[in-house]
Design a binder for this molecule. Sequence first.
Ligand code: ZN
Length: 76
Amino acid sequence: MTDVVDKACELEQKQREQALAAARVTIEKPKELHGHRYCLDCDLELDTNRLIANPKAVRCVDCQTLLEHKNKRFYP
Ligand SMILES: [Zn+2]
């Protein structure tokens, strides 16, 4: 019984994180100037490979990684 409850809690947590991530993407507008996109946190220009890998990216890899680590602390 505990396993079922644990799995239900785990699934709920994943769904919550996915909903938050989806909401964040719609809320955060990319910082763009003259056809270039810049990181929302550090203003570093996002390179072409980053945008090819994730066309909706609004942060550089370092800032995105840092943000995800912070979020994991709040939602382990
Ligand atoms: Zn950055």
